[in-house]
Design a protein around this ligand. Sequence first.
Ligand SMILES: NC(=O)c1ccc[n+]([C@@H]2O[C@H](COP(=O)([O-])OP(=O)(O)OC[C@H]3O[C@@H](n4cnc5c(N)ncnc54)[C@H](O)[C@@H]3O)[C@@H](O)[C@H]2O)c1
Length: 344
Amino acid sequence: MSGALRLAVVGAGGRIAQDYLTVLPDSADLAVVAFVEADATARARLSGPQRGGDRPPGSTRPPPVFDSVDALLLDGPEFDVALLLTPPATHEPLTIELLHAGRHVLCEKPLATDVAAARRMLDAARAADRLLVMASKFRFVADVDRARELLDAGAVGTPLLYENVFCAPVPMAGRWNADPAVSGGGVLIDNGAHAADLARCLGGEVVAITAAAAAPRVQDVAVEDTARVTIETASGAVGHVDLSWSLSTGRPDYATVHGTAGSLSLCWSGLRLRDARGAVRDLGDGYDKRRAFGAQLEQFARAVRGLEPPRPDATDALHSVAFVAAAYRAMRERRRIAIEEVLA
Ligand SMILES: NC(=O)c1ccc[n+]([C@@H]2O[C@H](COP(=O)([O-])OP(=O)(O)OC[C@H]3O[C@@H](n4cnc5c(N)ncnc54)[C@H](O)[C@@H]3O)[C@@H](O)[C@H]2O)c1
């Protein structure tokens, strides 16, 4: 494959699409050749003069807009890869349709609403010999890479405790996020999908989980809006993950690893290393969503070209879905759930 990969953006009129569409024009490796959007108002916006995105290489015309993946495959331009930005329950059917049509897919988190669906999707990718990659933006925050290197180099000694907080007030009433048939659940699957992959990235394999939702549901929604997950990792470290759509903790960090020789904190504004004597070093650049999305897209393109393995890989993606499934089961059954139980 020479030249830029031709990309179709599916769910191009939604919220997260706006972020991707500010980054895609800067991509040397991906050229947007089509939009797919089910909602007529959003389609009109995409076709209008203020629409975001690229132009097909050598063309002065805006990318055409289709109302479904079916229509794109039937009447649309040729394309190599798809970026899937639709709500979670649609990920399985749309991904499998695109894979069967011979396209590589970068699918937003959560990969799927349950483990069985994730397995069917990953099996379809293997059978079609195409890549299916779960979008996981925190893997592409430069500070997360740096943190991984520091941890591997023993910067905090032996890691024993892990904390992750993804809490921010977001009104979800009336959105698909609050409809479990579409979302697969509440904040646990929404922010938890990020948390699962970040924990794996920083602390290795998560092997068991307990979980509880806060009893007062602050928002008028049918799903949990605040929850805590406790984790055990294969190395024996333990930790907790706090998730909320209804509060902010005000903490400067979103993840911290505490070890025998110090603590390493991923802060929104940078990376902070505290040694056992309390001396603090500030490192890193902080969280930059635009840069993370850009790096994620470029890595996906390199993986499609066979230049490097995908990040996260299929096992990472399956474990992210298993983490969330184990947390829901732990909450329902009020007991510790081994990840193996949900993968069995
Ligand atoms: N990485 C992140 O930080 C992040 C942030 C927010 C959302 N997300 C994920 O992105 C996905 C979309 O979330 P959102 O908040 O942008 O939702 P959204 O509702 O704002 O956007 C989804 C868009 O997909 C369209 N759509 C729905 N079904 C479709 C179909 N079958 N074919 C074509 N278009 C269809 C909708 O009309 C809508 O415009 C979800 O999986 C969500 O979890 C990721």
